[in-house]
Design a protein around this ligand. Sequence first.
Ligand code: SPD
Length: 358
Amino acid sequence: MKALFQTLVVVLILVVGLFFVNHRLNVSEGFSGSDTLTIYNWGDYLDPDLLAKFKEETGLTVVYETFDSNEAMLVKIEQGGTNYDIAVPSEYMINKMIEEDLLLPLDHNKLPNLKHIDPRFMDLVFDPGNQYSIPYFWGTVGIVYNSELLDENIVLEHWDDLWNPKLENEIFLVDSAREVLGFSLNSLHHSLNTTDKEKLIAAKEKLDLLTPNIKAIIGDEMKLLMVNNEAGIGVTWSGDAAEMMWDNEALDYVLPPEGSNIFFDNMVIPKTAKNVEAAHQFIDFMLRPENAAQNAEYIGYSTPNLSALELMDPEIVNDERFYPPDAVVERLEVYENLGKRNLAYYNELFLEFKMHRK
Ligand code: SPD
């Protein structure tokens, strides 16, 4: 009898222990249940008041995790063990995720607010028919600079201007392989999608020459540092630049005329999602014009939602630096899914460049 009692106690301890271990894993690895929605988004990419509004409307618990590059996001989702209901990759990564069978097809019947999206952002080549992804924000890569910190003779118009020896220790670069190799490629008048090794090596070697001018290669913290006048120049995404400019009037943003990147970040539902119903609810919630407008005015990125544009401050919507006219857009390139081997090569060269700095 005593032995049976002892066995029961041991079993009970094991069951309770397993429950807690499992619970901890679920919390840290993006687990969702039927009353939970787990979102995996870029850092600083959603107005927290909208999350609160969504929770209040639906009664759902929302688990929110962030990433700082498409590559980091992919590794996490590929590894498995995560149950994100929503993720927000960029176009070339969406294409790669479709190819790798990592995404669920969307039910457009559950997205009545999809009608608000500008047709220019629908049915793009990386996801024909928007079978797997719905537009969230779009933007460009450019140069943000502080006219008060820099010598008045410094001109910042072309990518090549970054290599000016007078800019020693003056530049922050966004920590992202395609962006950094991309502007070096653009400065050499090559495509952002080249897979030509010679061109890529030339771009990497040119970046090595930029080393004396680089203060740091960083993520979202660039915004605070630029606002606090810690450096004169940042190469970064348009929406981050817009946010910096709201907080520091000496900052301006340029898109070099020789070309740059235009990107599309879309909402997707990974195959491992646990709450597909709530994921559709969230996508449609973000498509509502008033929510899309609020998000765009909070985050600074450009919204693809036509009806939201009508609700927004005209000063934001008419700012051609962030809503460039067609003539400028024509000079911009969208990243393509270059395939596993080529994407790995971009990452390898970027890592080598970062090592070279140490
Ligand atoms: N705060 C960082 C937001 C990043 C937005 N996406 C960048 C897309 C890169 N292709």
